[in-house]
Design a protein around this ligand. Structure first.
Ligand code: PMP
Length: 404
């Protein structure tokens, strides 16, 4: 039985006040809150194991190394990767995408095509534009429709023998649309193109199986999954990771260094130059344990209830429009009140202790499609409640009254 009141007790921040009102945190798509179990794991690391990893002969270093590598194995299991060396620790989704984009510099040729979607976060657009500048490859875009879904018939038309790489998000951060990535991957593979999936928004809601998906690269950030900021993972199929050149040079990623020639370390260290975010890597494992203990099926079911409840209640406010009405979506609602700037609504909600995000959500092409400057985005997590949604609805009504 899903007991949200019990779960909420795990999150100390949820009992604080903002502007004199109980905090209602609906900015989960930007970053999730942190349960005590994860905070304890951070403290435990600095109390007991803080040391640099991999090259130490002393006990602390060996213990920290063991914990770090155990966390990698935990993450491997969670994503169902075949090997733990297919999990590269990164500083987050953005880092993972840049690592792959950099690697493709030596693979792409002028005239090759790479395909993105209209629903992307800027971090899954800009690194590829930079790659196109370096290589002369062309960036093609899968268009979206008014519901905020990708148009698959147009995707098929974009695919050709020139297509080398396709990169789309699993779930859109701005609209919540769950994209048909199974189909996208299958079609790309049919013509021999590789696929990178940006899982930043999916991993808080879904447990992806990278082998079942047969995806070439999958990237995620810990801070959207009850973990700390500054750490994430890149999953890559072994063959691809062996093929791509290192992203950064430095300590840890070498086999041997002389001034004449340097050879690189094996996977995963080839992509992990310098001292990593050791505490972050270890604690990412603790965050994954926390979420798995609740269970992703239970999380998805409960969040879906919140989504349906909030959608119904918000739509009762006349002049409120929801953007992104895909049949398949997660607990994100992007909306506007007619004639009112989203920022003004967000500021009034903040005075009421309600945290939402306003603006373009790092997805300007989506806002351009709808010809709007931005939206108000409420994104729900498994620790939110229907009572909090009632507070949001009341707050939006109040904002509407004050600003009309
Ligand atoms: N992609 C998507 C879909 C996202 O929502 C985000 C974070 N808002 C990112 C990429 C970037 O993640 P990070 O800032 O953790 O690197």
């Amino acid at each position: 039985m899903f007991n949200v009141e019990k779960i909420r007790k795990d999150f100390p921040i949820l009992s604080r006040k903002v502007n004199g009102k109980p905090l209602v945190y609906f900015d989960n798509a930007a970053t999730s809150q942190t349960p005590q179990q994860v905070i304890d794991a951070i403290v435990n690391y600095y109390h007991n194991y803080n040391a640099n990893i991999h090259r130490g002969v002393h006990t602390l270093s060996q213990e920290a190394t063991d914990l770090y590598e155990q966390s990698r194995q935990k993450i491997q299991k969670h994503f169902h990767a075949k090997f733990s060396h297919e999990i590269i620790f990164t500083s987050g989704t953005t880092h993972g995408i840049n690592l792959v984009a950099n690697g493709f510099t030596s693979i792409l040729k002028k005239g090759d095509d790479i395909i993105v979607s209209a629903l992307e976060h800027h971090s899954n657009i800009v690194p590829w534009q930079m790659l196109c500048e370096r290589t002369g490859a062309n960036l093609k875009v899968i268009p979206m429709n008014n519901e905020g879904e990708l148009v698959m018939s147009e995707y098929e038309k974009l695919l050709s023998k020139n297509t080398k790489l396709v990169f789309v998000n699993h779930i859109s951060n701005a609209l919540g649309t769950i994209n048909p990535i199974e189909y996208i991957i299958e079609k790309a593979h049919d013509i021999g193109a590789a696929v990178l999936i940006d899982g930043a928004q999916a991993c808080p809601h879904i447990k992806p199986d990278v082998q079942a998906l047969d995806v070439d690269f999958y990237v995620a950030s810990a801070h959207k999954m009850c973990g700390p900021t500054g750490v994430g993972i890149l999953y890559g199929k072994e063959a691809w990771l062996k093929k791509l050149p290192p992203y950064q040079g430095g300590g840890e990623m070498i086999a041997e260094v002389t001034f004449e020639k340097t050879t690189y370390a094996d996977l995963p260290h080839k992509f992990e130059a310098g001292t990593p975010n050791i505490a972050g890597g270890i604690v990412f494992g603790a965050a994954i344990d926390y979420m798995n203990n609740i269970g992703f099926d239970a999380i998805a079911k409960y969040e879906n209830e919140l989504l349906e409840y909030a959608t119904e209640k918000l739509l009762q406010i006349d002049s409120l429009k929801i953007y992104g009405t895909a049949k398949n979506k997660t607990s994100v609602i992007s909306f506007n009140l007619k004639g009112i700037h989203p920022y003004d609504v967000g500021s009034i909600l903040d005075k009421l202790g309600i945290a939402v995000r306003t603006g373009h959500h790092c997805a300007q092409p989506i806002m351009d499609y709808y010809k709007i400057p931005g939206t108000i985005r409420a994104s729900f997590a498994f620790y939110n409640t229907k009572a909090e949604i009632d507070a949001l609805v009341a707050g939006v009504k109040k904002a509407k009254m004050m600003l009309s």
